[in-house]
Structures are given as structure tokens and as C-alpha cells.
Unconditional design. Structure first.
Length: 346
């Protein structure tokens, strides 16, 4: 019994001692908290409203004059002027998921019967791998939910002939929440299986502001500066438009193209801003017979076999950065936080 009682006493003393210890060495405490919550934005530039040129009034040319959508050399029919199809021939209104009015496509197919076999196929000329815009991705209430958009445009042109040209258009929109700038345009030419195919085929490209842009200096024009850098003979003209030969791209480095992009700073802001992309593909008329036999009045002696039944593929990548990419920060004056860079605070 005495041993048990001794254990009880010792236990009681230890418990009391712990209470005293807690009382003697505790402090009143308080906490201030800074909570920094950050979310990352997204950069999402995409193609939408792809179709044959021209679908809208601002695409008809200077002072709203009508231009051309296709130059085919077929004498006027169904109200078109001679040798070309008017800009607004393929209009399809606000049916943004069509490249053209279905009846206009049928009409053009009838127009070309007996002349050539260049076809416009909505199955191969389209927004590739397209997905519909969601309710959150609608831009300025212009494009309704369900409008197709994609990062890729596919264009297929078969059986081209000298003097033929065809134009397309698309909008570029920003469905992210961060402004983007066009930093570079990359061109890749492949599939050349004839000596002069890449000399005779050419492309024209213009990226311009439709809404929200500055009045000057916010355009990327393929032939505006790049043709000069590519050298003499790098272009040919059809319908008043200069086309840069596919062969000329071998003389243009990515750095050179990037310099042109930087010189013409082109921004695409979220929500209310849209860019217009205009693209045309053509084949050099070559009446002088540089790559072909020329014409019956002036035969060059060059075999047309060098350019007939040839293939070529042009891939164009529009490379975008966030708007502040490359901005100089070294010369920005510091603030008091520079003190944290040193081991000794004063």
C-alpha cells in the first residue's frame, strides 16, 4: 500500500510541475497573414470564319471597288466581267462555317466546264481539325457559340495553269485573355518534283487589323519588304497583286522574316479585336517563256514538260508570342526591394 501511495504522489507532483512549466514559459501570440493568390492566363490565337475572298464590304478593294476572287481567263458569264470572277461572287452571309455560298460554288463549276479542271472542294479547303467555339469563347458577340475555329487552314488546289490565281480570307481572333503579337512567319516548301514548279507558283499574304488596330504600321505584308530581301525576279504579278515565288523562300531566313514582323508590330488583343488574313495562290502567266514555251507568237523553245504535272506544298506558320515578349527590363529603375538582393540589409 505504501508503494502504491508513493507512486500516486510522484505522479501528482509531475502533473503539477508540467502545469507550472506551461504557465511560466508561454507567450501571448498573434498572426498577420498575407495571402497572394495568382492564376495563370492563357494565350489562344485561332482562325475563324475561313472562306473564299471576299465575304465582306471592306474586302472589295480600295474605295469599295470590286476586285477579283479568282482569275481564270474565262470570258465573262453570268454577269461577271471578262477573265475573272468578282470579289463578292462567293458571298455566303453570316454562315461562318461555310467557305462560300453553295449555289455560287455550283455556278462556278458550271462556268468552268470545258475550260479547266481546277475545283473548289469544301472537303479539302477548310479549317482543319476544327472545333466549335464555346459560350465563353465568343468574341464581341460577332461569332455565335458553335462557330468553328482551328489553328490550321488546309487549302488544296489541283491542276493549276499559268495565269490562274485564287484568293482566300480568314479572321484571326484571340479567345484567350492575354494579348498576342505576331513574332515570326515561317515558310516551308516541300514536295517539289519538277524543276520550275516552285519558280512558277507564288503566294500573296496580308495580315491586317479589322478592328481595334492602329492606323499605321500594324500589317504584315508578304511582298511589302520580303520581296526586296529575296532579290530581283522573286515576284510575278497577276491581277495587280505581287506574288512571291515559292523558290524565293530559300533566300529568306527566319531571322529576316522576324525582323519584318518586329518592324510591323501586329497585336491581337482578346475579346474585341480581330485580324484579317488574306491569302492568294497563283501561277506565273509566263507569257515571255522563261519557264515554259511561252505563247504561240513567241515560242521560247523551253519544254513545258519542265513545269507540267508538278507538285508543291507550302506550309505557313504564324508564330505568336505574348505581347510583352522581348521587352527590355534591364534599364527599368529598381525600387526598395533591391535591398533583398544583398546579404547585408542597411
Amino acid at each position: 500500500m505504501r508503494k502504491a501511495s508513493k507512486k500516486s504522489v510522484i505522479a501528482g507532483v509531475l502533473a503539477f510541475s508540467m502545469i507550472l512549466t506551461g504557465t511560466g514559459y508561454a507567450y501571448w501570440t498573434d498572426t498577420l497573414n498575407v495571402t497572394t493568390k495568382a492564376t495563370t492566363g492563357d494565350l489562344d490565337v485561332t482562325f475563324v470564319d475561313f472562306g473564299l475572298y471576299a465575304q465582306y464590304n471592306n474586302e472589295l478593294g480600295a474605295a469599295k471597288e470590286n476586285g477579283w476572287s479568282i482569275i481564270d481567263g474565262i470570258k465573262g458569264a453570268n454577269g461577271e466581267n471578262s477573265n475573272y470572277v468578282k470579289s463578292d461572287y462567293f458571298r455566303r452571309g453570316t454562315y461562318y462555317n461555310r467557305i462560300a455560298d453553295a449555289n455560287a460554288l455550283k455556278s462556278y463549276a458550271k462556268r468552268t466546264e470545258g475550260y479547266h479542271s481546277v475545283t473548289i472542294d469544301p472537303q479539302t479547303t477548310k479549317l482543319d481539325d476544327a472545333t466549335p467555339l464555346t459560350a465563353d469563347e465568343k468574341v464581341n458577340k460577332v461569332y455565335p457559340e458553335g462557330t468553328l475555329h482551328s489553328d490550321k487552314i488546309a487549302i488544296s488546289l489541283n491542276n493549276l495553269y499559268p495565269g490562274y490565281a485564287q484568293a482566300y480570307r480568314s479572321d484571326i481572333i484571340n479567345i484567350g485573355n492575354l494579348a498576342a503579337k505576331l513574332s515570326n512567319v515561317k515558310f516551308s516548301v516541300s514536295g517539289i518534283d519538277k524543276a520550275h514548279v516552285d519558280d512558277m507558283l507564288g503566294v500573296a499574304l496580308l495580315v491586317d487589323h479589322e478592328t481595334g488596330g492602329n492606323s499605321d504600321g500594324d500589317t504584315f505584308a508578304l511582298c511589302k519588304e520580303l520581296a526586296v530581301k529575296a532579290g530581283p525576279g522573286s515576284t510575278f504579278t497577276v491581277g495587280g497583286v505581287e506574288f512571291l515565288r515559292l523558290s524565293a523562300f530559300t533566300n529568306l531566313s527566319e531571322a529576316t522574316i522576324a525582323q519584318v514582323c518586329e518592324h510591323n508590330t501586329l497585336l491581337c488583343k482578346p475579346n474585341d479585336e480581330r485580324l484579317d488574313l488574306f491569302l492568294a495562290v497563283a501561277m506565273d502567266p509566263d507569257a515571255q517563256g522563261v519557264y515554259t514555251s511561252g505563247n504561240a507568237q513567241k515560242m521560247s523553245g523551253i519544254s513545258d514538260e519542265l513545269s507540267q504535272r508538278g507538285n508543291a506544298t507550302l506550309s505557313i506558320d504564324l508564330a505568336w508570342d505574348q505581347f510583352n515578349s522581348g521587352k527590355e527590363t534591364a534599364n527599368v529603375p529598381g525600387n526598395i526591394l533591391q535591398k533583398q538582393n544583398s546579404n547585408t540589409l542597411s
